[in-house]
Design a protein around this ligand. Sequence first.
Ligand code: NAP
Length: 554
Amino acid sequence: MSTTTEVGSNGGTDYDAIVIGAGFSGLAILHHLREIGLKTLVIDGEDGIGGTWWVNRYPGVRTDSEYSYYSFSFSKEVRDEWTWSERYPAGPEVLRYLNFVADRLDLRKDIRLNTRVESAVYDESENVWRVNILGGGTLTAKYLVSGMGVLSQAIYPSIPGIDSFKGQKYHTAHWPRGGADLKGKRVGLIGLGASGIQVVPTIAPEVDEFFVFQRTPNFIVETTNDRVSASEMQHVREHYDEIFEKAANHPFGVAMDFAENSALDVTPEERERIFESKWNEGGFHFANECFNDLATNHESSELASEFIRTKIREIVHDPTTAELLCPTSYSFNGKRVPTGHGYYETFNLEHVHLIDVASTPITEITENGVTVGGTEYELDVLIFATGFDAMTGTLTNIDIVGRNGMTLRDKWTEQGLRSNLGISAHGFPNFFMSLGPQTPYSNLPVPIQLGAQWLQRALKWAKDNGVERLEATPESEAAWAAEVERAGKATVMYSEGHKAKAWFLGENVPGKPQEFIVYMGGGQVYQQFCREAEESGYGSFLTDVLAPAKAVGV
Ligand code: NAP
């Protein structure tokens, strides 16, 4: 896409485009819309750039994906000048990277922080979005883009007495800026998804007593975090395009090889050898490179499960604790697989206690601590790593009001989750979502970059063709919902009798409709759908009748 083509009109509005959120999505979209001359503003309620990396400052936070594809490939300047230090960069390093991107691409001047959206209302008569800012003021733009992130609306569990605790209480997604003093304290932690799993080994050495309340164990793919050498960084710099291309062609957005065989196609000895070698490579290599059906075939997934259970039993000395850490109610890939950094070993420390709250749920939180059955665990600090109202939460928590006064919240409550490719929703013209619900679950910088580039081309096309509104058609929404459901049901997340309680299905939020909120058909398949929408002249995004000469054959 040319960097000189000016398509912005900005006629009568403050901006051509307003983007909500200054994380990976907001930065990528700002850069790409600017490239086509759109006067674009990014707004963010926080006082720093970074989105999820700005707010998730909990101890141990780091990427689960390797640095070489947990980054953008679109800027040669950023690629050439940025140096990663760790294979799985820690949160502060990712934040520095995003700030570097903002500075190097001169994005900061079009980012307004401390600016929280209260509501955004589409005015059909003027084809304009009015964005109302909390505390006062309204900004207008032709296009409104959500870059609010998939996991931004933090949730607490509904446990009786939760507000009565007199000690320090922290949520991983709202960790205090200056850190929390845990040294010598009695600490409790509820929640063992990817966040809690990173907290546990990080804080264990400094706390006095550590009570880890576990409801559902996870299958954790342990890894080591090597330093990135200068020569490796140089090699990556020289091959960024290939690495990104490989990640873009992978179902989970990682630059990894496709496994060719089913776990059922090889002898038990060969299977064990492959499992062992990929376990030793660490992290997502095990999940992605062993066999091609660990996410889709229950029997294969169960073989991987048993391999990991054996590892847990080898690492964890106390047999009762080891058994508690072994998931049995679902199989590998039934929940989002987290990367571990010495997680299982932590349970060999004498002062770390795993408390099973599956067989006896937490009864209440008292002013002194957490009560499970008849036992009260006295605590100084209680950490909630209890997750998010994922994918839809940020979009339904504020009023995004489309045509005829309908909010996105109402639309999705009444119709079920409906979008075209997770990008656009019928009734919400010129509103676009980066990583909207029903987009693939994957290593996210990859679909974020590809999505920003797709949007850049779509808005350039709209301008060139005199198209004033892009908006999902109802037919495209129905077709995409069917594809999302088909793909989700083909995974082990959906295996009857072995189903985990997963946020992918909205099951972690009481009252949330239980449907697939992510597309499980693979990132590369999703990109093909996006390419087809583009190549067919965006027909599935057009509800208006177009000027005939321009509408076809583009
Ligand atoms: P999560 O995966 O939703 O985990 C929430 C945890 O809280 C679960 O273990 C859940 O148990 C537990 N929980 C909730 N209510 C409970 C209760 N009443 N009693 C006991 N336990 C309770 O949340 P998360 O760990 O924040 O991760 C969310 C997503 O964020 C991840 O899947 C990942 O996509 C992303 N993330 C990524 C990274 C990374 O890439 N580095 C790091 C962190 C997070 P149940 O399982 O029994 O419901």
